[in-house]
Design a protein around this ligand. Sequence first.
Ligand code: PEP
Ligand code: MG
Length: 395
Amino acid sequence: MRIDSIHARSIFDTRGKPTIETTLQGSTLKAVASVPSGKSTGSHEALELRDPDGGVATAIANVEGEIARALCARDFSSPEEIDQALIALDGTANKSRLGANAILSVSIAAMRLAGLEAGVPLWSAISARAGTTPAAPRLYVNVMNGGVHADFRLPFQEYILVVEGLTSAALPIAHAAFDKLGERLGDVPMGDEGGYAPTFSALDEPFEMLDALVAEFPGTSIAIDAAASELYRDGRYHLLDKSFAPDELAQVYRDIVTRFPMHSIEDPFAEDAASDFTALTASIGQQVIIVGDDLTVTNPARIETAIEKKEINAVLIKPNQIGTVSEALRAVQMTHAAGWATVCSHRSGETHDTFIADFAYGVGAHGIKAGGLGQRERLEKFERLVAIENELLRK
Ligand code: PEP
Ligand code: MG
């Protein structure tokens, strides 16, 4: 692989915040990639480089300056080698010098360019590099947005309808269920991730609504992302007008799992409350998937600890938490080797880039979180999965 030139620019994400889009010009083909941005970010994530005014001018200057000088007109045998060069050039543990956003934009574009140059679809290039078996992930459709994504109208950040099966069959079901829920909720605002943002006064109410929906749509179940780091203050978790000690919150989850058709619970506790994760996984991990997000931040070292301590039994994979595609693939490989599931995820501030759909399909992830159906940038990820299935059918 050879890169002739690199250009980057600022584009707006779904929240109207600037983010970076990078174009790699190879010897004959070019690839473009843009990176998303989180809001409920874990403190152990790689650093997203922002200027004091919130812009990405420094990240762009790093891509077009130092990174371009290091990568252009050199021969690379693979996208991993490009990632290695980026990691070495940055030289920090959390990519804080050049910025994980700057680095990831180049890393994704390099993987895309490798696929184009090999004449294979992106998901196929990803699975070939990772040694994974491609498969359609379950859709995790974020139907009700809460927490920091909707000014805490709902206590937990994400109320998700999980839909089983091939995406071409699952997406119409997701649409019908999403519309039905919308009719029942009436005129409510949209949250950051294109799901409804209603207000309820009792913890059970959103679960009761989703329970009714699941009963009407076979092949569906409920997941939540509690994003509990955002609920945690002074040793307690604050939900609606009550506060809960960790063992009291664990009881809330046990109760929910007993009463409702739950598929998974993400970040049930704060990012450093590892022993609370371990206790919950030991008690309900047979019935429900316990997913680490802020806990593990797609970081192979933190995933290794989670595996040793049996903190969870599934890992959320967000490439921008770690900053290169190769490291995100390493996180997937470790998770799968432990016999655990991966759920690949977008961020709450998204772009039109559908990389995460190819990534999820290529690694054969258990699920893909790509938001609600009320925002085009979310829908495009789900539609990309349908397109992959269509391409395969035509072969
Ligand atoms: C999440 O917490 O899983 C999420 C997608 O939100 P954010 O991008 O704000 O971290
Ligand atoms: Mg999360």
